[in-house]
Ligand binder design. Sequence first.
Ligand code: PEP
Length: 249
Amino acid sequence: MRRKLAAGNWKMNGTSAALGELAALQEAHPDPAVDLLICPPATLLSAAVQEAHNGPLMIGGQDCHEKTDGAHTGDISAEMLRDVGARAVILGHSERRAGYHETSEDVRAKARTAHAAGLMTVICLGESLIQREATNTLDIIGAQLSLSVPDTSTGENLVVAYEPIWAIGSGQTPTPDQIGEVHDFMRTRLERRFGAGVGRSVRLLYGGSVKPENAAEIFAVSNVDGALVGGASLKAADFAPIIRALENA
Ligand code: PEP
C-alpha cells in the first residue's frame, strides 16, 4: 500500500510571518493519516524545520544543484538541504524548466545527487496546452519520465508529480479521465522499468489548481496518491481541507 502524500510548494512566497501557517496546519492535523510535506522558500527552511518539531510534517526544498559543492553562486546543494533538516526536494518544476532552461537530463542529475544525500525527490512532469491539443501528452510525459528519473530511484525516494503546465495557477484542471490516463500510463512505465515492486510503490501526485472544492474528485482517480499544491498550500485554511479530502479518499 502506498501512503498518500499531500505536498505544498510555496514557491517564492512567504517571509517569517508565514511560519504561523505551519503552526496552524499542524494544529489542524496533529496526527495526519497521510504524509505531509511543505516546501517553503530556502530562507525559511531552517525556521520551518524548527516549527515542525520533528513531527509528521516534513519540510523540503524547491530545487538543488546537481553538484555536491563548489563555485555555484546562489545555488543550494542537496547536502545543505539535508543539513538544515529538509527531507525532500522538488525537482524539475515547469517554472524551473521554463525559467532556467532545465532539461530532463539536468533534473536526472540533480535527482541522483539528492538521492545520494538521502532526500526524497518530487520530480515534476507535464505537458503544455499546445502539446495536449496536438494529442502528444503521453509521448511528452513518457520522454520526461524516462529522462528525468534516475536509476537511483526507489519506492521510498521517488515521488512523481504530474503537473500539466496549463493547469498550474490557472484555475483550469484536466478531467478525471485525463488525469487517470496519464497516471495509469506513468505507473505502467515505472513498473516496466523498475519492476513491479518498486514501480508499484512510487507515489504519483497530481498538481495544478488543486483546491478544497476539487480535491475529492481528483483523489478518487486511479493511481493518484496525493497532490502537489501551489497556491492553496499557502494558507492552512485552504490546505487543511485538501489534506482531509486525501485522508478520506
Ligand atoms: C505548482 O506550481 O506546483 C502548482 C500545482 O501550483 P497551483 O496549485 O497553484 O496550480
